[in-house]
Ligand binder design. Structure first.
Ligand code: NAD
Length: 290
């Protein structure tokens, strides 16, 4: 396929490289100077999008996505798949989807989980909103860039699935970290805590797969001085998107709101910026109730 790829950062760069390695003809564009193995760099987003079968975007936020969409939609031919893999707010995803559909394109919002490691290894999970037709056409590309793609319904539902998942993740990570810190203070050994909780009703991905305690459970960023992994800053971004969506939809999300507030404090007032989101554990360790 002829693929346009706009936004060649930490995630988009390796995703585009994997598509090129698999034999697709990839033309990329980024506002920063980048060089990606096997990818021809175009002079503008419109040039990267013109005449392609599929155009992929992997951008920082909804405003940038909307600006790029306004530039590339007129350049794309009817029937082209417009595959946005960025994490953005549900409203921006739906607005861009509507504009693209009006122009005769097949828009998909397909945010990912799996992080930079997943992008490099081609093992991302895609949560996809949009038409059956678009989903089927993009299928071979999901297979190269990822290990799983779930069709979640119409436009915007991919973003909805992503922020709901990450709201659960933020909340369970905080709960797991505060429970470890309480267990420490009660004199409970961390290994015993892991052995019990990981096989009991308190288990979760945060405990079992991504344990925030160093030296306990499977290898995780905790064992690498809390280098991300999944940065606390990105968790904060996703929690804020969840709160924005909850407000629009009039949904009551008290635990999500508490998680958003705590990650905001951690990243913006404490030492959380640039650290893995599981570094909440050393944060709680140092604190008392006051
Ligand atoms: P990044 O900042 O490394 O990459 C974004 C790229 O977009 C940059 O290279 C930037 O120069 C480029 N860009 C900005 N404005 C542009 C424009 N107008 N035209 C063309 N290029 C432009 O960010 P990232 O980590 O690659 O994340 C990309 C998206 O993926 C975000 O929405 C993020 O929330 C999501 N995401 C990231 C991770 C992760 O672990 N990094 C995990 C899941 C999802």
């Amino acid at each position: 396929m002829k693929i346009g790829f706009i936004g060649l950062g930490n995630m988009g760069g390796p995703m585009a490289a994997n598509l090129a390695k698999a034999g697709h003809e990839v033309t990329g564009y980024d506002t920063a100077q980048v060089a990606i193995d096997g990818v021809t760099i175009a002079g503008s987003a419109a040039e990267a999008a013109k005449g392609r079968d599929v155009v992929i975007t992997m951008l920082p936020n909804g405003d940038i996505l909307k600006a790029v969409a306004a530039e590339i939609i007129p350049a794309m031919e009817t029937g082209t798949v417009f595959l946005d893999c960025s994490t953005v707010d549900v409203d921006s995803a739906r607005n861009v989807g509507q504009d693209a559909e009006k122009a005769g394109l097949l828009p998909l919002d397909a945010p990912v989980s799996g992080g930079v490691g997943g992008a490099q290894g081609g093992t991302l999970t895609f949560m996809v909103g949009g038409s059956e037709d678009g989903f089927a056409k993009a299928g071979p590309l999901f297979d190269i860039m990822g290990q799983k793609a779930v069709h979640c319904g119409p436009s915007g539902n991919g973003q909805a699935a992503k922020i709901c998942n990450n709201m659960i993740l933020g909340a369970t990570m905080i709960a797991t970290c505060e429970a470890f810190a309480l267990a420490d203070k009660l004199g409970l050994d961390r290994q015993a805590m892991f052995d019990v909780v990981s096989t009991s009703s308190g288990s979760s991905w945060s405990m079992n797969t991504y344990c925030p305690a160093p030296g306990v459970g499977p290898k995780s960023p905790a064992d690498n001085d809390y280098q991300p992994g999944f940065a606390a800053d990105l968790m904060l971004k996703d929690l804020r998107l969840a709160m924005q969506a909850a407000e629009t939809a009039d949904a009551d999300t008290p635990i999500g709101a508490a998680a958003a507030e705590l990650y905001a404090r951690f990243v913006e007032e404490e030492d959380g910026k640039g650290r893995d989101f599981s570094a909440m554990l050393p944060r709680f360790e140092k604190r008392g109730r006051g």
